[in-house]
Design a protein around this ligand. Sequence first.
Ligand code: NDP
Length: 283
Amino acid sequence: MEAKIIDGKDLSNRLREDIKSRVEKLKQNGIIPGLAVILVGNDPASAVYVRNKERACNGVGIYSRVIKLDENTSQEALLEYIYRLNVDETIHGILVQLPLPPQIDPNAVINAIDPAKDVDGFHPVNMGRLVIGEECFEPCTPKGIIRLIQETGQPIAGKHAVVIGRSNIVGKPVALMLLRHNATVTLCHSKTANLREIARQADILVVAVGRPNLVDSSFIKQGAIVIDVGINRVDDKLVGDVNFQDACHVAGWITPVPGGVGPMTITMLLENTVLAAERKWVG
Ligand code: NDP
């Protein structure tokens, strides 16, 4: 039996229709949701990501302001921009595109963002709230992963979820979110012993490592839900961390790369921006 594909692009398009109508409702009440994106330096990949975010905002009616700063911008100057955006009534979400040049400490930058405008969900206040199960901004990629899993129609509660990768932006928060949905969670990393055996116990397997073909069918339990977060460039093509063709023979559901987690990440950013504006509106 071949795995069913979880189509992140299709789900994304459907969710964006819903976001559009929420934006419309806000506008009828005199609020235009606004997202500020700060880009420091000339990293070409970052420039593409920022352009995609701007385009996505335009597509759903969110006001987007892109602030491009010179490669040599000092940390103080960047923080000054953030402080100004924190008190700017037209801006509901603030995002600083990572990575930053070496003279700037990314933690200092994330800490400077008002947690109520931290639509990336990276601020320690939002992370802390995620840990203790309070209302917060959930980071975009993990939030998108949960939606993709829910798209299968399978319950998360009671399932064994194995996450490979423990970064602060994907692995750790997605493990916490799966726990919040009452999965039994195992979090693996580069020092995990018997990775294959542990992965093979997973009803839900999330792979967020950044190594092409790390996971093949021998890591996958028959019928499992497999979410491939990895984005790797191999021979000028984008591939995930999972050997897709091979995994399809064993998995029950699987996300493709591209077209799986990627489109969901930006959609969740749009959703968090609308949420920030709605929270401000309700007060
Ligand atoms: P990081 O490099 O920050 O983290 C990678 C994690 O993988 C680490 O926890 C590391 O372990 C673990 N790891 C490395 N090698 C192995 C191994 N052989 N076995 C088990 N675990 C291993 O990556 P990110 O979390 O930022 O990103 C992961 C991937 O997801 C990348 O390909 C990235 O491009 C992609 N990504 C995709 C997004 C999307 O929107 N689709 C968004 C964000 C990321 P340790 O902690 O021990 O070093």
